[in-house]
Design a protein around this ligand. Structure first.
Ligand code: HEM
Length: 550
């Protein structure tokens, strides 16, 4: 590749390619519009060069979409062609068009998604399954993420948040620079371990083998961006044997935790009265196991076979992949959101002050044990609209994830605002519904790069939106995506982030501390903590900084 690319560049600049070559190229690539200026041979590779000059090499590729859209005045969606280094893409920057892909048709995931996720989470992970196999697993896990059930788990989140407060207090006392993202990761690991498996990982205070092995696995995953395609390729082949070995270890540890949970459940079921079972807080895996056991009972009734003892090995390996998926999806994204919220609150003391005022009003003074109040009444967390707006605005500016689908010859997109109506193809394109770009679409979010939580408040809130004339769209904010493949854990994430912030932001102030700036590209939209791809979109350098007690 290192030879092919420069040769192609030289040929393209200094020679007119033979017409048969141009014809063959155009036959392979449909002449789609809208798109930025396209070179007859190099397609959009010259634009990739522009990314390299503009952004740091480790920037998450979703930052390119908004940049291209603005630079070439492209509107709601556009095509990009990275042949021969990568495939062709359709980028979406508008909620109406996005809905056609994820709600109207709910196209299958792009092959790029399983290529990455299957190595990380196993071949049966919920994110990548399709059709009936996905439906079965989603309905098995849905009860664990239902709103009413999640409210019963709030005391677990409060426990983890209290330990997080202790950790922050120690960091403040030591006045040391630490990575906010890292300590938020241990926190969200503790929450997800308890919520999904009913296991005390206690990773904020000590090492746990599941957590250490998991983090190692994420760190070894190869990462490729258009600005830096080769590093990822090298890592892919070099790390493969270590990933395989680490993956087997991880499966063993999670499998053992699952077996313990299954054995404990069976013992409890024998000794428990129905009154006990009503009182017990149940983890997500407990509810999934209920569905599994019901399926086994139904099938044994139908086929007259015995239910047997222990878990069916096929189900067990399937369940291990789902637990890995929930641990991964459930901690990585949430920890970044907590870290960015602290960062943004420090940058905006006026917002911080309003938030403190709301918390004082609803939870009482910070010295009045708000943790116990939330434990006693989980629904208090729903009475904090300004806090909810702060979290939404954090997710708007720094969305940790988005979806990439694959086009289909039977599916086209249309722009509802365009007269006469015109259709655009999706076949053979990876379709990236870029939450980051949709969240910067000024039609719905005027002054899009500014942190303004008020834009998410409804009209009867005292500090209602400063943009009353902006177009409203219920799906313009989509950090969790929309449609049947939306995030199963979105309510958990929103509850978790709000509980943690409610219990800490009144006591602590976090200021980012980055080393001296050497490369001007390393500031995106004014932020040193720009997003890099590490499993999901994470703050650069783990968001280093110092915490002080307010
Ligand atoms: C701030 C936190 C979170 C964000 C921004 C987020 C975002 C997303 C997004 C954008 C998707 C769609 C991915 C795709 O189509 O490829 C997704 C899917 C998913 N998320 Fe989340 N997520 C968060 C927290 C969680 C939590 C707490 C859990 C579980 C404990 C979770 C579990 C999942 C699962 C299992 C899927 C796949 C669902 C399916 O395909 O049916 N997420 N998430």
């Amino acid at each position: 590749m290192a030879v092919i690319l420069p040769t192609a560049v030289v040929l393209a600049y200094y020679h007119t390619p033979p017409s048969w070559m141009i014809d063959a190229y155009h036959a392979a690539l449909p002449p789609v519009q809208p798109k930025p200026p396209h070179h007859p041979i190099l397609g959009h590779l010259l634009i990739a060069r522009d990314f390299v000059n503009t952004f740091p090499p480790d920037a998450h590729a979703h930052v390119y979409a908004d940049y291209i859209r603005r630079k070439y005045n492209l509107g709601k969606f556009f095509y990009l062609d990275f042949w021969p280094l990568n495939d062709q893409f359709l980028y979406i920057a508008d909620p109406d068009i996005a809905n056609q892909i994820t709600i109207g048709s709910s196209l299958r995931k792009s092959p790029m998604v399983p290529e990455y996720m299957n190595v990380l989470l196993g071949n049966q992970n919920m994110v990548c399954l399709e059709g009936a196999a996905w439906k079965r697993v989603r309905s098995m896990f849905n009860p664990g993420f239902a709103g009413g059930h999640l409210m019963t788990l709030v005391p677990y989140i409060v426990d983890a948040a209290v330990v997080f407060g202790d950790v922050l207090r120690e960091k403040a006392r030591a006045s040391e620079v630490f990575e906010m993202e890292e300590i938020a990761t241990w926190l969200t690991m503790d929450v997800i371990g308890k919520v999904t498996l009913d296991v005390d990982l206690n990773s904020q205070r000590s090492e746990h083998r599941i957590v250490t092995t998991f983090r190692k696995h994420v760190a070894m995953m190869p990462v490729t961006t258009p600005a830096d395609p080769f590093i990822g390729l090298i890592a892919k082949y070099f790390n493969a044997p270590w990933l395989w070995y680490n993956g087997r270890k991880l499966d063993r540890y999670i499998g053992e935790a699952l077996d313990q949970r299954y054995a404990k459940r069976s013992a409890d079921q024998k000794s428990r009265t129905s009154e006990d079972s009503k009182k017990k807080i149940r983890s997500v895996i407990d509810l999934a196991l209920d569905t599994y056991e019901q399926e086994i009972q139904d099938s044994s009734k139908n086929h007259g076979s015995s239910t047997g003892e222990g878990m069916d090995p096929a189900f067990r390996s399937h369940a291990v992949d789902q637990i890995k998926t929930l641990i991964f999806a459930g901690h990585d994204t949430t920890s970044s959101t907590i870290a960015w919220a602290f960062y943004l609150l420090h940058q905006h003391p006026d917002v911080h002050a309003k938030l403190v005022e709301e918390l004082d009003h609803v939870l009482g003074p910070k010295t009045s044990n708000p943790a116990d109040k939330i434990r006693a009444d989980s629904y208090l967390i729903n009475r904090l609209p300004y806090l909810t707006a702060v979290v939404k605005e954090t997710l708007r500016l720094f969305p940790p994830a988005s979806t990439v689908r694959y086009g289909d010859p039977t599916v086209t997109i249309t722009d509802p605002d365009h007269e006469p109506s015109q259709t655009y193809p999706t076949a053979n394109f990876h379709i990236w519904v870029v939450a980051h770009a949709i969240h910067r679409n000024e039609t719905y979010f005027p002054n899009p790069t500014a942190f303004i939580p008020e834009r998410h408040l409804d009209d009867n809130h005292p500090s209602s939106t400063p943009f009353p004339h902006a177009k409203q769209h219920k799906d313009a904010l989509r950090p969790f995506e929309k449609g049947p493949r939306n995030c199963i854990g979105q309510e958990l994430a929103m509850i978790e982030v709000r509980v943690i912030l409610a219990l800490t932001v009144r006591e602590f102030d976090f200021e980012a501390v980055y080393p001296e700036l050497r490369d001007p590209r390393e500031v995106i939209e004014g932020h040193r903590c720009y997003q890099v791809l590490k499993g999901s979109a994470k703050p650069k350098g783990g968001l280093p900084g110092r915490v002080t007690v307010r």
